[in-house]
Design a protein around this ligand. Structure first.
Ligand SMILES: Cc1cc2nc3c(=O)[nH]c(=O)nc-3n(C[C@H](O)[C@H](O)[C@H](O)COP(=O)(O)OP(=O)(O)OC[C@H]3O[C@@H](n4cnc5c(N)ncnc54)[C@H](O)[C@@H]3O)c2cc1C
Length: 412
């Protein structure tokens, strides 16, 4: 062990770990993960081992400050995504694993169930298509409800029919990330905050990674490099030399705003209530969700934007009100207040067909051992433990290709 620590010292200060790398480049990590959102942290928890040197690098001062804290917090069941897609498979698998993790490790969650409500007869036909797709994807317990059955469950919602999805729920994503961090650290992974990856260079047997922190720049090498940089994952792929236009990796930012619902209206429905997704729109429609304290909100809207800006435009209040008044007639315009916004890292531009998650190792681009996770929008939170398992087996295969002692730290 000493031979590694002679070139690298990790200092812990107030939960921060900072690398201090000496001038020579002899230090070598086994696995470096870029980004401490729910995806990077889930992967760290999965791939960390006592005899592996695993680092997570995060440019912000702590974890989960970007997409992973600006979302609906819903554990999706897997209805919407094309059959056979990673989104469908990893969402359904992640749904089951998340509930198990929540129950076993006391992570805050509620299995509220959800209704997708059709307000017109034409939409009822669309419900049938959604139901069949969801069932083919393996979403648990989906059932079509008549108007009467819907009214029995949610007397204050309006519609002609609905799908009941009993396995949809909500989760405390911050607690989930804390669980992943604890697991990763217990297994020996190091998380370096305020450490931004600024250069990536392919070298003979891995990558030279240059980072910037408050003390300046330094470099180290890693055998495997995993890009979980969320809104910047295309930029990170570009740092490694990938032509992101040619590869189809360029992200489109798509803003989603939320409005909170006051006036005690949160007591009038028990479940998450969704509309039938609007045709040709890249999203599931403005819906009702709750946080774990029972506060109700509407969102997220869909607006492609050029830059990252989390302000909520009060002018959009009418759009929110109009979007839900058909199925939630008890909500009044004055109940709505701007709350927050998130940005989706979408691979598809406006009007384009839905794109799947990109999760792949880039050997065919001349970058063996470089794993990209691009376009991890919804249902990324739900899918996070399943994505971690998927990447974990990729990592197992990649490390298995080389002699064990070439990539792992000798046991002390
Ligand atoms: C409006 C909205 C609603 C959503 N609702 C749901 C939902 O209800 N259910 C669900 O399952 N999913 C939902 N999602 C999706 C889910 O939130 C995301 O898929 C997930 O949080 C993505 O996590 P991440 O780790 O990939 O990204 P992030 O959380 O953004 O983490 C990436 C990290 O990488 C860091 N980083 C970037 N560049 C660098 C660099 N060069 N060096 C070092 N660090 C870097 C960033 O600082 C960031 O912390 C929603 C998303 C949005 C936007």
């Amino acid at each position: 062990m000493l031979y590694l620590w002679s070139t690298v010292t990790l200092l812990r200060r107030h939960h921060q770990v900072r690398f201090e790398v000496s001038g020579n480049m002899s230090h070598r990590a086994d696995i470096t993960i870029i980004g401490a959102g729910v995806i990077g942290l889930g992967i760290a928890a999965q791939v960390a081992r006592q005899n592996r040197e695993v680092y997570v690098l995060e440019k912000n001062e702590t974890f989960g400050h970007e997409i992973s804290s600006r979302h609906s917090g819903i554990i999706h069941s897997g209805i919407y995504y094309p059959e056979g897609s990673l989104k469908a498979k990893l969402c359904v698998a992640g749904n089951r694993t998340l509930y198990e993790l929540c129950e076993r490790f006391g992570i805050g969650h509620r299995r509220l169930g959800k209704l997708i409500v059709a307000t017109r007869d034409e939409e009822a036909a669309e419900l049938q298509t959604l139901l069949e797709r969801g069932q083919r994807n393996g979403a648990e317990g989906l059932r079509m409800l008549s108007k009467r059955e819907m009214k029995e469950l949610e007397p204050n919602a309006e519609g002609v029919a609905a799908i009941l999805s009993p396995s949809t729920g909500i989760i405390d994503s911050h607690a989930l990330m804390k669980y992943f961090i604890t697991k990763a650290r217990d297994r020996g992974a190091q998380i370096a905050y305020q450490t931004k990856v600024i250069e990536i260079e392919k070298i003979a047997d891995g990558y030279k990674v240059t980072v910037e922190d408050s003390t300046g720049r330094f470099s180290f090498t890693t055998r495997l490099l995993i890009n979980c940089a969320g809104l910047y994952c295309d930029k990170v792929a570009e740092l490694a030399g990938i032509d992101i236009i040619k590869a189809g990796y360029q992200l489109h930012f798509c803003k989603g705003e939320y409005f909170s619902v006051g006036g005690g209206k949160n007591r009038l429905v028990k479940r998450l209530i969704f509309p039938v997704p609007p045709p040709k729109v890249t999203g599931v429609g403005i819906h009702v969700t709750f946080d774990l304290e029972g506060r109700m909100r509407l969102g997220p809207s869909i607006q492609y934007v050029d830059s990252i800006d989390y302000a909520v435009d009060i002018q959009n209040k009418q759009l929110f009100y109009d979007s839900v008044k058909g199925f939630l007639p008890f909500i009044e315009y004055d109940d709505l207040e701007p709350e927050m916004a998130g940005i989706r890292p979408k691979l598809q531009g406006p009007g384009e067909d839905i794109r799947d998650f990109v999760i792949r190792e880039e050997s065919d681009k001349g970058l063996p051992g470089f794993v990209n996770l691009i376009g991890i929008e919804s249902p990324g939170l739900t899918a996070s433990p399943a994505i971690a398992e998927y990447v974990g087996s990729l990592v197992g295969e990649l490390l298995g290709k080389r002699p064990h002692n070439a990539v792992t730290r000798p046991a002390t």
